[in-house]
Ligand binder design. Structure first.
Ligand code: ADP
Ligand code: MG
Length: 381
């Protein structure tokens, strides 16, 4: 029987996962290098250690009945270590290995018969010249591993810029992708049980700013036919990866083409809306999947728009909360982070509406009333 869930990572995804797990009666232990992390503030215990500290990883495994992770850039070796010690890790190391490397990931998606942007791996200047000749511009160069929120990416329009990006990457393995002139981006959260049961949340339409998710609109404004293809592709991917847990697949929609951009073997920013707009959240779905509880098909109470609250570097105190919460359709989520650095994810707001258009209009107002200011104590200093 599963009583304690271990979470590698201490960010906001782990925090919301923990809140749902605690509601359902589980104990939670998190491992994260920074004390008092967003997850650690809610969890029963936080092990303060590096993600590659074998003793601490062993400790996490020993204290947990099942271990999971809230972001995919943890060392694969740590998950392999847990598995070698006979610990249950969900999703497992095989799924993590593929999804934490953009080259393996896109190769795998192609092998599933699903489209991606044309891509090629690039390790050095000679390879880069060959790839430029084959794929052309504009393109996006990304580090194969370790990137998130648009970090480790360069949009390049000519060979000069591509070589500059290569130099900036300092020897990291890269992927070179054709830039996709998409109509819109969508993502879908699915969850899969150990028995192969699969459920899917309504697809969300995502708008990014500087590579960071800014807005998610649910349901995505796509035809039922495109929505069905998105779901089918995501379910094929989950099945072929053997994922147990919640996962997210991001897509570019260009005309009637649907291309996979990336897979996250975990709960995802674009699924936050499910805490407020569906009868079961992505976090509960993940808990159910990894704890062998029944997975049920989510249904939407109403259209919803989620906006991320990002730091802008001007101050750490959020202003406008009173005005925001005067709206009966606004749900505020804050992550307990002390410093609102530029583009750091500090919280989000979900706005419910009778229609997507109504929720979007309110979401724009919500974005406008929120701002950052210096804390009074900081001003006095
Ligand atoms: N090949 C591409 N063509 C067009 N836009 C892209 C491409 N790759 C990435 N982007 C844009 O950058 C965003 C972040 O890239 P992504 O590959 O999802 O990395 P991350 O891991 O940082 O989320 C995407 O959501 C999309 O808006
Ligand atoms: Mg992404």
């Amino acid at each position: 029987m599963i009583e304690t869930i271990g979470i590698l990572g201490g960010g906001q995804l782990g925090r919301m996962l923990t809140l749902e797990a605690k509601r359902m009666g589980y104990r939670v232990v998190t491992l994260e290098p920074f004390p008092n992390s967003p997850t650690g503030q809610i969890a029963d215990e936080q092990i303060v250690a590096a993600y590659d500290d074998p003793r601490a990883i062993g400790e996490l495994g020993a204290r947990s009945d099942v271990t999971t992770y809230e972001f995919e850039n943890i060392p694969l070796d740590s998950v392999l270590l847990l598995e070698r010690e006979g610990r249950l890790v969900r999703p497992d190391a095989a799924a993590l290995r593929i999804t934490q490397d953009r080259v393996l990931e896109k190769t795998f998606v192609r092998e599933c018969g699903i489209g991606t942007a044309p891509f090629a791996p690039v390790a050095d200047a000679r390879e880069l010249d060959v790839v430029i000749g084959e794929l052309g511009f504009p393109a996006v160069m990304k580090t194969a591993r370790g990137g998130y929120d648009g970090k480790g990416q360069w949009v390049v329009r000519d060979a000069h810029a591509a070589h500059a990006a290569l130099a900036e990457a300092r020897g990291a393995q890269l992927i070179f992708e054709r830039f996709v002139p998409f109509d819109l981006e969508v993502s879908i959260i699915c969850a899969r049980g150990a028995d192969g049961t699969s459920i899917a949340f309504p697809a969300s339409e995502n708008q990014h700013d500087h590579g960071v998710l800014a807005t998610s609109i649910v349901p995505a404004r796509i035809s039922p036919e495109i929505a069905a293809r998105v779901r089918a592709a995501a379910e094929t991917i989950g099945e072929r990866l053997g994922i147990v847990g919640a996962y997210c697949v991001e897509f570019f929609v260009a005309g009637d083409e649907v291309l996979v951009n990336e897979i996250a073997p975990r709960v995802h920013n674009s699924g936050h809306y499910s805490l407020d707009a569906t009868q079961i959240s992505q976090y509960e779905a993940h808990v159910r999947a990894i704890c062998d509880l029944p997975l049920v098909e989510p249904y939407l109470f109403s259209p919803a728009v989620m906006i991320n609250i990002l730091g802008d570097g001007t101050g750490d105190e959020l202003d406008g909360i009173v005005e925001l919460l005067s709206d009966p359709d606004a749900k505020l989520h804050l992550y307990g982070k002390a410093h609102a650095a530029l583009r750091r994810k500090m919280g989000h707001v979900t706005i419910l509406g009778k229609t997507v258009a109504a929720a979007l209009a309110k979401a724009e107002r919500a974005r406008a009333v929120l701002s950052w200011k210096a804390r009074p104590s900081a001003l006095a200093r």
